[in-house]
Design a protein around this ligand. Structure first.
Ligand code: SF4
Length: 315
């Protein structure tokens, strides 16, 4: 399988680009995800010409705005350089399907980066780093996650689901956009979206049906943002069980009553937290392979990311 292009904070790959001359190597990114992801390392601070090592910078509240300044000299302000660097990189990041960043960085941190008063005291507020903030403003559909949050099984599964879905969308819809391709894509993603948000599933269906007579490009742009916003919502045992029962409906004429009861038992065990999601999904996949029609067998929900990652073993 072709690896998915992913941007990443350069220090996470072990590159010595941090202010202290060190790195923040992530074993999970480097040893596990690298089998599927083709990393594009970016260090925005080095990108604007700062050396490593360098004096540290932090976020400071100045009037109505948040600036990125040198900790020991607030006159050194690199806010505009970091924003400009982000804008310059946007076109070449066009084909990435995700971005992994590091937490607490005034440049790269996705959220909860501390803001200080001009006198150096904490301002009691936080925000995202200036560089990644600009990237996320320009690319609101892009899956972005902090490496530290990938330790959480639900957030990890959610991020990787979004990356694979977005890559699929870019390959199979955006590369050569037509309504026919969008309809086919949506048909495969119905149940995955339903697991994340039932209302979004209905809304995206209405959009694809194009009752408002929108132009193709507009529908595809709206669908892209709607899909990625929806998948960001964390699916839960109730919504997964609902989808599993929907899929089971396609097997109702093929399964014996014993097999149906067994499947219901496993779905209920999952819903009550006695087994993880992999248990009902494995069983339902087993039956879909034997009895499922093309439509249900092609559902992204059944196989949203590589089984080797074991993501559904922990949720
Ligand atoms: S700017 Fe980003 S990539 Fe560079 S060292 Fe800081 S956190 Fe790492």
């Amino acid at each position: 399988m072709k690896k998915i292009p992913i941007a990443i904070s350069s220090c996470l790959l072990g590159n010595e680009v941090r202010y202290d001359g060190g790195h923040k190597q992530s074993k999970y990114c480097l040893n596990t995800l690298s089998d599927w992801f083709d990393y594009k390392p970016i260090c925005p601070e080095m990108g604007i010409g700062m050396p490593s090592p360098r004096p540290p910078i932090h976020l400071v509240e100045k009037g109505d705005s948040i600036r990125v300044v040198q900790v020991d000299d607030h006159d050194v302000d690199v806010t505009e350089e970091l924003k400009g660097f982000a804008r310059k990189r946007i076109p070449e990041l066009d084909r990435i399907s995700g971005y992994i960043v590091i937490r607490n960085s005034p440049s790269c941190g996705m959220e909860r980066v501390k803001v200080y008063h001009e006198n150096g005291n904490p301002a009691g507020k936080s925000t995202r780093g200036v560089y990644i903030g600009e990237i996320m403003k320009q690319r609101p559909e892009l899956p972005v996650e902090e490496e530290g949050r990938l330790q959480d099984p639900k957030l990890r599964e959610n991020f990787i689901t979004r990356v694979f879905a977005y890559e699929d969308f870019q390959e199979n819809v955006k590369a050569n956009p037509t309504i026919d391709k969008l309809v086919k894509f949506h048909s495969r993603y119905k149940y995955l979206v339903m697991a994340h948000c039932y209302e979004d599933y209905k809304e995206l269906g209405r959009l694809v049906a194009n009752q408002d007579g929108l132009a193709t490009a507009e529908i595809i742009d709206k669908y892209e943002l709607g899909l990625m916003t929806s998948l960001k919502k964390i699916a839960n045992p109730k919504s997964h069980s609902n989808v599993l029962y929907h899929i089971m409906g396609y097997l109702k004429d093929s399964l014996t009553s014993e097999a149906k009861q067994e499947l219901v038992n496993v779905i209920e065990q999952y819903r009550k937290g006695m087994v993880t999601l992999i248990a009902p999904v494995t069983l339902i996949n087993h039956y879909i392979k034997q009895f499922g029609n093309d439509y249900i067998a092609s559902q992204a929900y059944l196989d949203p990311h590589p089984i080797e990652l074991g993501l559904r073993n922990y949720i």
